[in-house]
Design a binder for this molecule. Structure first.
Ligand SMILES: Cc1cc2nc3c(=O)[nH]c(=O)nc-3n(C[C@H](O)[C@H](O)[C@H](O)COP(=O)(O)O)c2cc1C
Length: 313
């Protein structure tokens, strides 16, 4: 059965260390960053950069991007040989120019028949739960998510993930959950809603749209506690208390340890953005966060947080 919440693919963010932190908050299904189908076929995509043993014992979803049905099917076969994973998603939603100019990502929504052909071709080579993650369309004037969703359903997808924005909106404005609800009514496979779940209240508000599950993305940047909060609320109806500074420091330090263990000491600068997110919005944190932006070693982070805890404590 599909879990009710899952974490989204986010390029440059949802790597193995990040997923490990999310797993510790109780998360079952996490997606990798998007992986290039052509890169997999030509052997220049290092899948080990995307997956890691830290996902063992939980469900790992891989997201592929590309636009050629044969290449996508061959990439899927390659994945089956290389990686232990449970779910496969096809990227039909990425609005980045360098992706869309190659006719990948959300550009596939321009050609619903091709979108269906891609799913059909992959369906022939895998029995794993297969989904397509899409937006509402390319622009407000060309919303066609219902058509694309139906094509993908007919082609054999097991479920659909809808981010309630158009490609040209990128991440601006608010996600349109009414249209997500219309997709749910139009197809008979499960629909996962995505967009603007930043707090437990956002999650509760979105229940009225009748979707089968929820995908979390920016809301868990620096706030993996949102996962714990939602799971606890689902199980008991209780709201957890907000993490204090000491808990944030503890989790952030662990996150940095995982980055070093999994990716090596050279990856410490990748932690800077996560560190800035963990400590965003804390009164008096501006100076501390400025120092994080040039962080190079785990010792620097330890010393900085030690000093900050002393000042705050
Ligand atoms: C930095 C960043 C990278 C992203 N990378 C991907 C990606 O690789 N594949 C994808 O389908 N969506 C990607 N997304 C979109 C998210 O998965 C999600 O659909 C979007 O952020 C809306 O959800 P939110 O409002 O909860 O953040 C990315 C989003 C961000 C902010």
């Amino acid at each position: 059965m599909l879990p009710k919440i899952m974490t989204a693919p986010m390029a440059g963010i949802t790597d193995a260390p990040y997923r490990k932190i999310c797993r510790e908050m109780g998360l079952e299904l996490a997606y990798t960053e998007m992986v290039s189908s052509r890169g997999l076929i030509f052997g220049n995509e290092r899948t080990e950069d995307y997956v890691d043993r830290s996902d063992e014992g939980s469900s790992l979803g891989i997201q592929l991007f590309g636009n050629q049905p044969e290449v996508m099917a061959n990439a899927t076969k390659r994945l089956e040989e290389l990686v232990k994973y449970e779910y496969l998603d096809i990227n039909m939603g990425c609005p980045a120019r360098k992706i869309m100019s190659n006719r990948d990502g959300c550009a596939l929504m321009r050609t619903p028949i091709l979108a269906g052909d891609i799913i059909r071709s992959i369906r022939r080579v895998t029995t794993r739960p297969l989904s397509a993650k899409m937006r509402l369309g390319l622009t407000k004037g060309s919303i066609n998510v219902l058509e694309v969703a139906k094509r993908v359903e007919e082609a054999g997808a097991d479920f659909i993930i809808v981010h309630g924005r158009t490609a040209d909106q990128m991440y601006s404005g608010t996600a349109d959950w009414d249209t997500i609800a219309r997709v749910k009514q139009a197809v008979s496979i499960p629909v996962i809603g995505n967009g603007d779940i930043f707090t437990l209240d956002d999650y509760i508000d979105k229940q009225e749209y009748g979707v089968d599950g929820f995908m979390l993305a920016r809301g868990i940047q620096g706030n993996p506690w949102l996962i714990r909060d939602i799971l606890l609320f689902e199980e008991t109806g209780v709201r957890s208390t907000r993490p204090g500074l000491a808990e944030k420091v503890e989790v952030a330090r662990r996150h940095l340890d995982y980055i070093i263990q999994i990716k090596g000491i050279g990856a410490v600068p990748e932690f800077r953005k996560h560190a800035a997110w963990y400590f965003k919005g804390i009164p008096g944190s501006a100076k501390f966060r400025a120092a994080l932006s040039s962080l190079n070693t785990p010792q620097e982070f330890r010393d900085l947080t030690e000093r900050w805890l002393d000042i705050q404590g």
